[in-house]
Design a protein around this ligand. Structure first.
Ligand code: MSP
Length: 474
């Protein structure tokens, strides 16, 4: 089996924060899970560089746009590398390969008769890089960016999105797991049915962005260009073998803020160009920081690298999917992270591993279970959770076994069995405990690769180094 998973490509008008890291780490967890399962995985992330907001950010720093996006894209790549993410490709929409794919795609849509010239008059929010209707605004402002959008009046090319309303509704109805979770599917369905209109897909007033094929005065609307990245990376129009192997994508992971672009505009574009639709689009929720919206003005923007430096990347990864139900909104707080570190990781898991290994050494139970770095420690509940993108349930399952193992120690008191000379029972309990620890390490592997690697090697050589050493108090 193959598994092609994508993240949104991120704007480079600022550096990555914990919200961006959340989506990218989720994709990394799923990519690692599928690799362990034996699937051929292609995990794609990247940067969205043709946006007006990038131009504005460069202007603020008095930098030339290309230099600015080069520097920023490098910073994003470095961040994902420093977090130890395992993406197979990092795409930039200013790359030549992408310009080639976008041109091909535009021409396919044009050949289908779905592009027409028209005049756009209305609002545009640069923050969202999106056209707005009056009903999208609150007190004349974009509710997400708290800014009055720009009034635009220009000749544009339009995409006949409404041509695909019926086909899209039929697809959504026939494939209940195309858009997940279900609340998002309902939201998209009602938008497609009641509100979706044709959309302007070019801008005449811009100097930055991909040129419309055959019209030098127009630049392609950034969302139309950005979505195509998912095709570019697997060789659309260039490498038929790779394209056949990986497309359609198995999963586009996105935040709930960009679900309509991915579940209305994108599928309609694909219908028009005659390309198959992705199998699943999963939208996760947004989280606040200590109960407040994350924002520069409040000053509570969290840098994922700082958290990883203080606690370890594995701990950050564990916390994100343990604390927040994947698909729902949630809250992030360093205090909660510390609690889970001390409680679930250091005490429950760390002590379990240490105690069992010390006992195994002390009582001479030498035969660790047949240990393989493989999936044979996964339970059924774990695999179904992971197959259905319920990452929080995957972690719960590992946690359940940790608790059971700790209860087993309390109940069986191996030191007593040793004292009473009950050798057979002692060996049986310790072997059972070692097997349980092995299972936990297998299930944690996609979430905490470094930690589980350490558990595996400790099990092999039977040493009991602390897994979660005391932290420096910050
Ligand atoms: N460039 C577009 C995506 C184009 S995809 C073809 C874009 N970029 S973005 O830089 O604004 O990133 C948005 C994504 O960041 C969200 O969809 C979400 O995945 C993630 N998040 C940003 N803030 C977040 C939170 N506060 N909480 C959770 N996720 C967040 O949109």
């Amino acid at each position: 089996m193959k598994f092609y998973v994508t993240t949104p490509i991120y704007y480079v008008n600022d550096k990555p924060h914990i919200g961006h890291a959340y989506t990218t780490i989720a994709a990394d967890v799923l990519a690692r899970y599928h690799r362990l399962k034996g699937d051929e995985v292609f995990f794609l992330t990247g940067t969205d560089e043709n946006a007006q907001k990038n131009v504005q950010a460069a202007e603020k720093l008095n930098k030339d746009t290309q230099t600015y996006v080069d520097e920023m894209s490098f910073l994003w790549q470095k961040t994902w590398n420093d977090l130890g993410l395992s993406h197979d490709d990092f795409i930039r929409t200013t790359e030549e390969r992408h310009l080639v794919a976008v041109k091909k795609f535009w021409e396919a849509v044009q050949a289908k008769g779905d592009i027409y010239e028209g005049e756009y008059e209305g609002w545009y929010c640069v923050g969202c890089e999106s056209f707005k209707t009056e009903s999208d605004l609150v007190n004349e402002e974009c509710p997400s960016h708290k800014k009055k959008p720009e009034w635009l009046k220009e000749k544009n090319y339009f995409f006949r999105l409404t041509n695909y309303r019926d086909q899209l509704l039929a697809h959504i109805d026939a494939h209940p797991d195309f858009i997940q979770p279900v609340a998002r599917r309902n939201e998209v369905r009602s938008y497609v049915e009641k509100f979706m209109t044709d959309v302007s897909i070019s801008r005449s007033s811009l100097k930055w962005g991909i040129q419309v094929p055959g019209d030098e005065d127009q630049r392609i609307y950034v969302w139309f260009d950005a979505l195509i990245n998912y095709l570019t990376a697997v060789g659309y129009g260039v490498d038929e073998v790779m394209f056949k192997k990986f497309w359609p994508a198995d999963l586009h992971l996105v935040g709930k803020d960009i679900i309509k672009f991915h579940c209305a505009l994108w599928p309609a574009m694909l219908f028009s160009a005659g390309v198959a639709l992705p199998h699943h689009v999963f939208a996760h929720g947004f989280f606040t920081i200590d109960g407040e919206k994350m924002s520069k003005t409040i000053g509570n923007v969290i840098d994922p690298i700082a958290v990883a430096q203080n606690f370890g990347a594995d701990v950050l990864r564990y916390f994100l999917f343990r604390e927040i139900t994947f698909g729902e909104d949630g809250d992030f707080s360093i205090a909660r992270l510390e609690q889970r570190y001390d409680g679930e990781l250091a005490s429950e898991l760390g002590n379990l591993v240490q105690r069992v290994l010390i006992m195994a050494q002390k009582y001479g139970v030498a035969s660790a279970p047949k240990i393989e770095l493989s999936i044979d420690g996964w339970t059924k509940d774990y695999t179904s959770a992971m197959n259905e993108f319920r990452l929080h349930d995957g972690l719960q399952e590992a946690g359940r076994i940790v608790r059971e193992a700790n209860q087993l120690i309390d109940k069986q008191a191996p030191w007593k069995l040793a004292k009473d000379g009950k050798r057979e029972e002692l060996e049986q309990v310790l072997n059972e405990l070692l097997t349980m620890i092995h299972a936990v390490a297998c299930m944690l592997e996609p979430f905490m690769p470094t930690t589980s690697e350490r558990i595996f090697s400790q099990l092999k050589i039977m040493t009991a180094e602390p897994l979660f050493p005391r932290r420096n108090v910050i």
